[in-house]
Design a binder for this molecule. Structure first.
Ligand SMILES: [Cu+2]
Length: 149
């Protein structure tokens, strides 16, 4: 009987290997567009805050972000901060194209999601749900943590 043991354990390892392979190949279609390193800035209730995301377009065609919604604020607007005559200005961006295979990075001083008229305070450690809408109808719900800049 002892001689059978190595054979059995090898079979078990093989089964586990196949299991992992299946899990990987069954990745949900959501992966064609993904968000990473997202966060929102801590702020008081009623104030304005910003959320910053890296949006990864793994698709073979371009995607265009056309809006963001959230339950934590009266409005969520995509803005870009730009320098003009030494002054920082914010411009609303109704559409943000993300080319195939590209990563769009939002960060303080650049692109951001402005959270206007917060319905509740955002404290460090809280979670903020955001829903990204793309022109082709794709909706991507994400949850980002609240941090200090
Ligand atoms: Cu803004």
């Amino acid at each position: 009987m002892r001689r059978l043991l190595p054979v059995i354990s090898l079979a078990a390892v093989t089964a586990i290997g196949f299991g992992l392979a299946c899990t990987t190949s069954a990745a949900p279609p959501l992966e064609r567009i993904a968000v990473r390193n997202g966060w929102a800035r801590m702020a008081d209730s009623g104030a304005t805050s910003g959320a910053y995301l890296e949006i990864v377009n793994n698709d073979t065609s371009g995607m265009t972000l056309v809006g963001v919604t959230t339950e934590v604020a009266g409005a969520a607007e995509v803005h870009e901060t730009m320098q003009h005559d030494g002054m920082a200005h914010m411009m609303a961006r109704a559409e943000l194209p993300i080319a195939a295979g590209e990563v769009l990075s939002m960060q303080p001083g650049g692109l951001h999601v402005m959270l206007v008229d917060l319905r509740r305070a955002l404290a460090v450690g809280d979670s903020v749900p955001l829903r990204l809408r793309f022109r082709d109808g794709t909706e991507l719900p994400v949850v980002v943590p609240v941090k200090t800049p």
